[in-house]
Design a binder for this molecule. Structure first.
Ligand SMILES: N[C@@H](CCC(=O)N[C@@H](CS)C(=O)NCC(=O)O)C(=O)O
Length: 230
């Protein structure tokens, strides 16, 4: 198999790349990286010295592709599935790139700051980050009033790949209120998409390590194993 994905199932940016791979039905070898293991860190550093995942290695051409958005554009260019994740029309592609940036920079960034604060027990004031998430919810809801069923219209795109983990984790930190019915309906539609459902199912065994696991809705958690018969 030409493609190897360096990733972890719990990582939001890795989930974004996984959604794209599953959307396209693109075969790849998963290379799970546990950052607490020095040999895994070394393996990741060998393909991307910034030691961030996801990274896609393509043995055809011996190329390492980092950055989730670039990975998705690369897949679209070289391993296009039935559905392109970026429109061929450059004007329309601008819209997809814009919303991809909104989810990365205005949802994932504040979300990751809140998670890091909990992870490293800093106990800083995270209200500015929660306010940023609330502003993002308002913006996305307004946009979805006239766009749908996906972020950039009829076609599922890179923007939806970015939206899936951003909204999944972001909404555990700043719940999406009923004031945003378009966003709530989109969230349910997105979580039910086969590619997204698969990514979240594969993350289930690790969700216990998410510092806000107690705020993940029960429907996304693995069913409790039945208690042994007595
Ligand atoms: N802009 C990058 C962000 C990648 C990123 O921050 N990945 C996180 C996981 S979600 C990571 O590698 N964290 C490990 C670390 O910072 O040590 C992308 O889109 O791929």
């Amino acid at each position: 198999m030409a493609l190897t994905l360096y990733y972890h199932p719990l990582s939001s940016y890795c989930q974004k790349a996984l959604v794209a791979l599953y959307e396209g039905g693109t075969p790849f070898t998963p290379r799970l990286i546990d950052l607490s293991q020095s040999d895994d860190r070394a393996a990741l550093a060998a393909v991307w010295p910034l030691v961030k995942f996801p990274v896609l290695h393509d043995s055809a051409g011996d190329r390492n592709v980092a950055e989730s958005s670039v990975i998705i554009e690369y897949l679209d260019l070289r391993y296009a599935g039935a559905t392109p994740l970026l429109p061929a029309n450059r004007e329309e592609a601008l819209d997809v790139r814009l919303w991809d940036r909104v989810f990365d920079l205005h949802v994932q960034s504040p979300m990751q700051a809140i998670v890091a604060d909990r992870l490293f027990a800093r106990q800083d004031d995270m209200q500015p980050q929660r306010d940023a998430l609330e502003r993002a919810w308002a913006l996305i809801d307004t946009h979805l009033r006239t766009s749908g069923p996906w972020v950039c219209g009829a076609q599922f795109s890179m923007a939806d790949c970015a939206a899936a983990p951003a909204l999944f984790y972001g909404s555990t930190l700043q719940p999406i209120s009923p004031r945003y019915p378009n966003l709530l309906a989109y969230f349910d539609r997105l979580m039910a998409r086969a590619s997204v459902e698969r990514v979240l199912r594969e993350a289930q065994p690790y969700l216990q390590f998410y510092p806000f696991c107690d705020q993940v809705p029960a429907r996304f958690l693995a069913p409790a194993s039945p208690s042994p018969a007595v």
